[in-house]
Design a protein. Structure first.
Length: 149
């Protein structure tokens, strides 16, 4: 079930909420007359739930239709920031794309995501891309230091 904060994503004027259900929120991104639809849901309620060790607060952004790479970059960048602002306990924002689509992968990376793993779901092989808040991705690279010292 999607938590209340995600139903109230603070997005710019190019966004409009289309639908809110128990398990997802549907949004439309309209950039210069080209409207594309996206959905936001907890990874635990979608097809990615069995593909990696999913956290209860991981959020998946998915495209409901084809999106031009430059539009995808802008939409994902805005939406991922809004998701992380809406839910401070969110550890990962995930976007899955079909594997072997270089232009789409480049667009996703340009939005601040990084490729993590390729997974199989019924009927498709997907590349998972994630972006994380700094409190998750901050790593102490001094492996010889005892934590807390």
């Amino acid at each position: 079930m999607i938590a209340a904060p995600l139903a109230a994503l603070r997005l710019g004027p190019r966004w409009r909420q289309l639908d809110e259900r128990a398990d997802h929120v549907s949004l439309r991104f309209d950039e210069t007359g080209t409207a594309v639809e996206f959905g936001v849901r907890r990874c635990t309620s979608g097809p990615l739930r069995d593909t990696y060790p999913v956290s209860a607060h991981d959020v998946e952004i998915y495209a409901a239709n084809d999106v031009a790479p430059q539009t995808l970059t802008r939409a994902l960048a805005e939406m991922s920031l809004a998701v992380l602002d809406a839910d401070p306990r969110c550890r990962r924002v995930v976007f899955a794309a079909l594997t072997d689509h270089a232009a789409v992968a480049e667009a996703i990376v340009a939005a601040g995501f990084r490729h993590v793993v390729d997974v199989d779901v019924p009927g498709a092989e997907l590349s998972l891309f994630v972006t994380e808040p700094s409190w998750v991705s901050k790593v102490d690279s001094d492996l010889h230091k005892v934590p807390g010292s």
